[in-house]
Write a protein that binds this ligand. Sequence first.
Ligand SMILES: Cc1ncc(C[n+]2csc(CCOP(=O)(O)OP(=O)(O)O)c2C)c(N)n1
Length: 681
Amino acid sequence: MALKDSTTGNVIRDYSIEQLRDAANLMRGYDLLALCAAGSGHAGGTLSVMDITAALYLHAANHDPHNPSWPDRDRIVWSAGHKAPSLYLGLAFAGFCPLDDVVTLRKLNSPFQGHPHWLKLPGVEISTGSLGQGLSISVGMALAARLDGKYHKIFCLMGDGEQQEGQIWEAAMEAGHFHLDNIVGIVDCNRLQIDGWVKDVMQVEPLSDKYSSFGWEVLRIDGHDMNQIVDAFQKARAVVGKPVVILADTIKGKGVSFMENQAGWHGKPPNREQLDAALEELGIGERIPVDSLLDKAKNYQAAVERKLQSKMPRFSRDYWWNAGDNMKVKMEPTRKGFGQALAQNGDDERVVCLGLDISGSITISDFYSGKPERASRWISMGIAEQSATSAAAGMAREGKLPVLGSYATFSAARNLDQIRTSVCYPNLNVLIAGAHAGVSVGPDGATHQALEDLFAMQGLPNMSVVVPCDIVETRKATSYLLLEHVGPKYIRFAREATPIVTDEKTPFVFGQANVIRLRGETANFADAFETRLAVDYKNESEDLSIVAIGPMVPEAMRAARILKLEYGYETRVLNLHTLKPIDAEALIRAARETGVVVTAEEHQIGALAWRVSSILTESRQLYGLHLITGAIGVKDRFGDSGAPWEMIKELELSAEHIAQKAVELMTFKKNSVAAGSLAIK
Ligand SMILES: Cc1ncc(C[n+]2csc(CCOP(=O)(O)OP(=O)(O)O)c2C)c(N)n1
């Protein structure tokens, strides 16, 4: 058991217990430093798992940092992907990657993504981030090893809240059934998750009895006692005929008094003062070159920004949000509109909100906060998106108005079959929130950026889909969907603060697009535009149309301004907040009356673009007419860690990119007009 040279079989370094303790302590310091430099990330759960990490990477696992894909190495699967920084530090301390580089954590194109990605960093065994999948991956690896006649171990690190995912228990059953004695599961039992104590959110104990009953050998240890950790790994290696799980009792935030046992430190980084205080408490302030590493992070970030800037389309001046003296915009997180609507409308006794352990962040907790009379209608379901979806269907069948939500990728993809079969097929009245959608979770990275959810949601029969453009529209849309709309419904909104471009008076009618027109330059951006229901709008023979959804609506408005001031073009912006049922009439009119249509979606290209194209190509009113179309959206790639606005630039979704595409299309329009072949009517 050790760090090994895979060619000679020699031990590279044999750590004593004392040295492992010291390494874990130092790793805690580097962890907090990287989180501080990133400005986001998970302090609590990385600190709780650090002693185990040090023992695993520096002592228990057989692997070779100079040959990360050595076929006989032990595999380490980091199922609790949000604890990525501890994994990175395990790798760095073992010599797989330079320690100093970890400070680029969560920055654009860094190998140290918000959640681990094996294609970016040698030594990372597999990509994770959606909880509950690592044990199944380990089962697959263990079965493959058996088929290949190999005897390496597969270590799988999980959280205790993560045990709420049903998939864990499918994998536990499989490992027991197949007697996979090459699997060693480790559960970081720090007793906390995001919404609070695990026992209150959704009790998972007694884990020992549960794993035993599935045919596992169970070892329960103090996860901060290095002797016990090392001993447990040794015992686990010797077990024959069944899988082993090490249940490690730990303290979330271990080592830093103000973080210990605090749910609030789950997904929070320390600021500089807190970092200094933490390093002091850990007794390692002198041993880490804090300033030079923070400088390294700053320089990396500056290079990212320069590169992004050099990729941006250029115009005669800077049109970025709030760059000038006028056309100022206020920004607020769109998600807050969801919480406001639940707070306002939650007195209806039929409304029941289901928690999926991300409640404060997506604002679903606003339903009950300060309202004890609603407590019984707030039901915490744990990290169990699939079961909660079907449970919501059961409630709806009994006349309730259930609401559930999580990161859009977990509330609309993880549970897709449950939405399809339990909710949509029986046509039940369930409101699903796809929160933190698109690139708005930025540094969390690709696993958490829902860029595909709208394909599935709009493809489901009976499902209605609304993608509001700002906090105000999110509030209106949530209120409408919650109490008035009957049937399956999906609302998608962002985490990040985005421009507020509507107000109380702006029309919002489910299923009907709004037309937005730039009318001049004003102090406030939103005041410069006039918005009408598309049905009430009279053709002004604009040069082009931009059809946008969600946070791309403000970008489309900004593009309209760029096009007017730089080229004199008039733009009809269509806010297509209801993607399904879609306002086909407004689209067909825009196409017919302007001849040029650009779609803009913060999603893989197609949820909007292909839907719009199919409407236009199937419209009899447009048969035989010449149309010029273009699409802005994500071009068949995954996201990356990076600030949300950086991701908008990186994925070429900004107003500047929309304007550039429009200018390109306008060249074709001019030629077509000259040739007399355009659709304009
Ligand atoms: C499928 C899925 N649902 C939700 C999340 C969001 N999430 C990230 S960490 C976390 C809590 C995990 O709790 P636990 O396993 O106890 O980890 P720890 O408290 O040790 O950080 C949640 C809900 C996710 N990453 N994946």
